[in-house]
Design a protein around this ligand. Structure first.
Ligand SMILES: [Zn+2]
Length: 562
């Protein structure tokens, strides 16, 4: 999703006085113990955020979610048929559904099962023997008045609103809080069904757009109809989507790396003409991202943009859009460089997540940088593709004004806790810095494409991604990632020019930080390999000037001669 903390953060920056900024940051770091130490997590956090024994024994293979959406009283009711493979025999299964929604009954092999509720987790007592290797299923019937989102998409819930003609306009958004705010599921990121059917019944004057492809529209004799959507790929929970409104449709074909991709667009009737202009960015997005990341990961399901009554979300193959048919982030340039107004932020950012979030998905939201850092970075690769390297560089450097360095980017494991919002702009700058270290754009592009190929449709850990990047850049990046993902300090290149000698080292870093850095010495490019110990470069012209390449997210300062 898009970062919400933009308006507040842009104010704080533009310190030219690094000494002051640094003192401030160090003060903050010292005064703040880690969140893990100060916050008490509850049993509910653990049930939600960990792979409990009641989850671990079965592998999700298929969902058929059937829901009826009733705008008249803001309720949802229906069922979910959950197919699974038994990995190890067990008698108790955990399924999640958050209050105030409630499960009414659960049926397996025609028999009703008993269950116990523990907050948002249901523990189902299975009657039949669960043999290892068996493919079983059960159906969970549920309903209720789901929580209404107070600030979509950042607070989870359903948004019930109306379009300008007074017709219902409804959508879900639940990244973070979880899909189980509106449907019963295994609400943990590590396990995804291999495919899914979503059947949504709505009043007959409305259309539902969910993920994947529309298989059919089934009329009923009570003034409703059901839209059957089928997702032919693994899908993460929070990506499952219902969007209901008086939609009109237009579409186009994109000739891409894997053949012809169907692109379908659903917008409110009143916005059709605006959308036909603004959605031209979809094709530009596909050109740029297929170049940098490889084929769009869900050709079988097509690509869609769907208008919703909130800013937007990376719902898989049905990216939701509410950016007001204007460029930038609601018309604003997050980088201050001017380049942010060259594209529709929501189309580019949320669709970037098709590669990083939907194709490569974090197992634990503590590793959400895998989604947001790469996707933030995708914005500047979009610019790079269409406007050149200089534009992309100015953009990503410009977004540094939004970095807080308040807490680490990696969150807390097993309690559904993501890290700092710095996973966006700092994460993007970290990857831009890594591109400099690789110093070979074709190789770098090969690595980004390799990630999407080798982790195709997988859920992964940060360790897998860090190891992959170390292996394929040919450089041990552990200190690099420890610095930028697990620490809040900005590495500082400290140097002294003394006669014809340059002394330099890293300070303000984790142990063993050894990132190479490009500097200009008297206007000449030179690579240094600093460590946390002083090193020396001799034979310079007297009184040389030294300047670190601004593409590196670091600080640099001349130390007074000892
Ligand atoms: Zn995002």
């Amino acid at each position: 999703m898009a970062n919400k903390k933009i308006i507040k953060t842009t104010r704080m920056l533009h310190y030219r006085n690094y000494v002051f900024a640094l003192a401030l940051l160090l003060g903050l770091a010292a005064a703040t113990t880690t969140e893990a130490q100060t916050r008490q997590f509850t049993r509910q956090d653990t049930l939600r955020g960990s792979i409990t024994p009641e989850r671990a024994w079965w592998d999700l293979t298929y969902y058929h979610l059937k829901v009826q959406v009733n705008p008249a009283d803001s309720t949802i009711k229906g069922s979910n048929v959950i197919h699974y493979k038994v990995l190890e025999p067990n008698k108790v299964m955990q399924i999640d559904l958050q209050e105030p929604m409630a499960i009414q009954k659960i049926v397996q092999d025609g028999k009703e099962l008993t269950f116990k509720r523990d907050g948002n987790a249901y523990f189902i007592q299975l009657a039949a023997t669960q043999r290892a290797g068996a493919q079983n299923k059960l159906e969970v019937f549920y309903g209720g008045k789901p929580i209404v989102s107070t600030n979509p998409p950042w607070t989870g819930g359903i948004t019930w609103t109306k379009d300008s003609n007074g017709l219902p306009f409804i959508a879900n958004s639940n990244q973070g809080s979880g899909a189980s705010i509106w449907w019963p599921c295994k609400d943990h990121m590590y396990d995804e069904p291999d495919s899914m059917q979503i059947s949504v019944r709505v009043p007959e004057n409305l259309t539902d757009v969910s993920n994947g492809r529309l298989r059919g529209i089934e009329p009923h004799n009570d003034g409703t109809r059901t839209f059957h959507w089928f997702v032919n790929n693994p899908i993460n929970n929070y990506g499952v989507n219902l969007s209901v409104g008086d939609y009109v449709h237009f579409g186009e074909k994109y000739e891409g790396e894997k053949g012809t991709l169907d692109c379908d667009y659903y917008v409110l009737r009143e916005n059709l003409e605006k959308a036909k202009v603004q959605f031209k960015d979809a094709k530009r997005m596909l050109q740029a991202f297929e170049h940098w990341f490889g084929p769009y990961p869900f050709y079988e399901d097509g690509f869609k943009l769907v208008e919703v009554p909130y800013l937007g979300m990376e719902h898989q193959s049905a990216v939701t859009y509410g950016n007001g048919y204007q460029n930038g982030y609601r018309g604003r340039d997050l980088s201050g460089s001017g380049w942010g107004l060259k594209f529709d932020f929501i189309i580019i950012h949320e669709a970037g997540h098709e590669w990083f979030a939907n194709n490569i998905t974090n197992k634990d939201v503590a590793d959400m940088w895998i989604h947001e850092s790469f996707t933030n970075y995708s914005e500047n690769l979009f610019l790079d593709y269409h406007y050149g390297k200089q534009a992309s560089s100015e953009y990503v450097i410009g977004t540094r004004q939004n970095i807080r360095n308040d807490k680490p980017i990696i969150g807390i494991y097993n309690v559904n806790r993501s890290g700092s919002g710095d996973m966006y702009y700092k994460g993007g700058n970290m990857l831009h810095t890594l591109r400099q270290i690789v110093n070979n754009d074709e190789k770098w592009r090969g690595i980004l494409r390799g990630l999407n190929k080798d982790f195709y449709h997988q859920t992964v850990t940060t360790q897998q991604i860090e190891d992959y990047l170390s292996q394929h850049t040919g450089r041990e990046l552990k200190p690099f990632f420890d610095q930028y993902l697990r620490d809040v300090r900005i590495p500082k290149l400290e140097y002294q020019v003394n006669g014809k000698k340059l002394k330099y080292r890293w300070t303000n870093t984790v142990d063993g930080f050894d990132m190479p850095v490009r500097v200009m010495i008297n206007g000449q490019e030179k690579w240094l390999e600093p460590t946390t110990e002083w090193k020396e470069l001799k034979g310079l012209k007297k009184n040389a000037t030294v300047q670190a390449d601004p593409n590196f997210y670091i600080e640099a300062s001349e130390a007074t001669a000892a």
